[in-house]
Design a binder for this molecule. Structure first.
Ligand code: B12
Length: 206
């Protein structure tokens, strides 16, 4: 029985997502390709929001996506030796925003590429970002926002860091953010997806 990603994401009983991942892996797809397909599925559900899909579907798709990440994460993350770490990143979704699937994917990809990632979770305020960056001595602060209302908070965080002369490169991303917006608020980098986030993070280190 073959499920589409939409079937799997919308399954309230959370059974199909596991079968979906297994089927895809057995057919020779690698974990990141499955994540990519899932991202497209989530966006499709988002596009149908308020017409085809409503709050309940958004919620169920979120659960299932998290479950898929649990299954796929170990396949992406070969443990990188602590001494081989190439840089430290503090990551978090901004204040007022609970979307964390994209952030999680970026975290997984950065970690598997050798970054040490300190994940502050969701709904993160500027003081929390600043404390974490200071304590970790982080090279990069990565912020995610999915809502047009919450992305504005990124500008506030950037201003806070600049005003406090806190030395850190700031990278932004998430569904509500574009390269233009990142530029407008004075971020050092923008990543359109997790692969781009890794590329940009490496560029920021040099
Ligand atoms: C699932 C979902 C939810 C779930 C979230 C579950 C979870 N644990 O994350 C729940 C049900 C909680 C939810 C709630 C809401 N949601 Co919602 N949600 C979605 C949905 C369908 C998928 C989000 C997702 O995971 N996408 C897939 C991930 C992989 O994509 P991504 O986050 O963009 O991440 C990729 C890149 O952007 C990038 N990236 C991400 N972060 C970062 C960070 C850095 C530094 C870098 C470099 C890159 C990067 O890499 C990722 C991998 O490629 C989207 C639709 C969409 N278009 O995304 C709506 C959507 C984001 N939600 C929306 C809305 C309106 C809401 C609610 C307000 C609904 C309500 N009435 O309550 C609430 C807000 C709650 C809050 N305060 O945050 C709107 C936002 C509209 C807008 N532009 O403001 C969307 C776009 C749906 C729509 N079309 O209207 N939602």
């Amino acid at each position: 029985m073959e499920y589409t990603i939409i079937d799997a994401l919308l399954d309230v009983r959370k059974k199909k997502i596991e079968a979906f991942c297994e089927e895809r892996l057995n057919s020779g797809m690698v974990a990141y390709e499955i994540i990519d397909e899932m991202t497209k599925g989530l966006r499709e559900i988002g596009e149908g929001y308020k017409e085809l899909y409503f709050d309940a579907e958004l919620m169920v798709s979120g659960w299932n996506a998290k479950k898929a990440l649990q299954i796929l994460k170990p396949l992406l993350q070969e443990e990188v030796e602590v001494n081989d770490r190439i840089g430290k990143v503090v990551i978090g979704t901004v204040k007022g925003d609970v979307h964390d699937i994209g952030k999680e994917i970026v975290n997984i990809m950065l970690s598997s590429e050798g970054f040490e990632v300190i994940d502050l979770g969701t709904d993160v305020g500027k003081e929390n970002y600043a404390d974490a960056v200071r304590e970790a001595g982080a090279d990069i602060l990565a912020m995610s926002a999915l809502l047009t209302t919450t992305r504005e908070y990124m500008a506030e965080v950037i201003e806070y860091f600049r005003a406090g002369n806190q030395e850190v490169k700031i990278m932004v991303g998430g569904g509500a953010v574009s390269a233009e917006y990142a530029n407008e608020i004075g971020a050092d980098a923008y990543g359109k997806d997790a692969v781009d986030a890794v590329r940009k993070a490496k560029e920021l280190l040099v």
